[in-house]
Design a protein around this ligand. Structure first.
Ligand code: ZN
Length: 299
């Protein structure tokens, strides 16, 4: 691995041992060194600069009113002993009204992710993923009673004392794979994608499957190609909304493509030379799909 994938390997020590310390959490939440990011309806507070969009991270003094009104307060972790928290302010219609930040706006990480720094991107992705989980697990999946956030926002516990089930943040495993046949690789496109963009195949892992099984099944379902030699490359948190992408290379056993048109619009074999001449057709630069393709081009 040369570099971590985008959104992975962020700068924070997650400090899991601090999550059960209410006094420490309360003190840090108001400490002047502490840094706080806002998540509003899966978007982040961003300001445009000459160097591109930059996230705005608040001090406790600036965020004081929002700390009181946030639906969730989550400890993200520590960086150089500075505590980083995230607030879910989605319930507020105008969370910026309390702040004197006329140039700032809430923007989707899908839009600004490729333009911001890796460390910043990893922190926003982490916060977005956790808040997405909180928003969709307000009720217990066992008994239906409301749940409450505990452990600094890393567990939700059922409030029914006869149940009291603990629910933990979910991340859904998905495989993404570059299928190769000699000097060519298999790329496809979905009809909803940006016109002209092609990418590696991908799909969710199903219960009872190994990752290798999922790679082989998805490739066969989408293109009719059978594969073997499934080989792990790297992984990437992908909080759009709640996936961990597990990247693989696989070798094709045949070349005739039969596209499943409910999944893909088209799929083709592309040579290294062709892809090097047409970088505009590759997926977004913050994606593991791009990484799989670019690393394959150098093999
Ligand atoms: Zn319950």
């Amino acid at each position: 691995m040369k570099l971590p994938n985008f959104y992975a390997s962020g700068p924070l020590d997650r400090a899991g041992h601090r999550r059960k310390s209410p006094d420490w959490l309360a003190e840090r939440l108001r400490h002047p060194d502490t840094r706080i990011q806002l998540v509003w309806r899966s978007q982040h507070l961003v300001i445009d600069t000459a160097e591109g969009p930059r996230p705005i991270i608040l001090t406790p003094a600036l965020a004081s009113d929002l700390i009181e009104r946030a639906a969730e307060v989550v400890l993200l972790g520590l960086a150089d002993d500075v505590a980083h928290f995230a607030l879910d302010v989605s319930a507020l219609e105008t969370p910026l009204a309390a702040l004197d930040l006329p140039e700032a706006s809430f923007r989707d990480l899908r839009a600004v992710g490729p333009l911001i720094g890796r460390d910043e991107g990893a922190m926003l992705a982490y916060a977005r993923g956790l808040m997405h989980w909180h928003a969709r697990h307000r009720f217990c999946g066992v008994c239906g009673a409301p749940t409450e956030s505990i452990d600094a926002g890393h567990v939700r516990r059922c409030t029914n004392p006869d149940c009291a089930t603990s629910h933990f943040p979910r991340t859904d495993p998905a495989v993404i794979m570059l299928v190769e046949d000699g000097d060519k690789c298999l790329l496809g496109r979905q009809a909803v994608w940006t016109p002209g963009m092609y990418s590696t195949l991908a799909g969710f892992v199903e219960p009872g499957e190994s990752l290798e099984d999922a790679v082989a099944r998805e490739v066969f379902e989408e293109t009719g190609i059978r594969v073997d030699s499934v080989c792990y490359h790297s992984s990437q948190p992908w909080p759009f909304p709640a996936s961990i992408m597990l990247g693989f290379y696989a070798k094709a056993l045949d070349r005739a493509i039969r596209v499943d048109e409910t999944e893909l619009e088209e799929a083709h074999w592309y040579s290294r030379a062709y892809l090097k001449d047409h970088p505009e057709m590759l997926p977004r630069r913050d994606s593991i799909a791009r990484r799989l393709i670019e690393d394959w081009l150098t093999l």
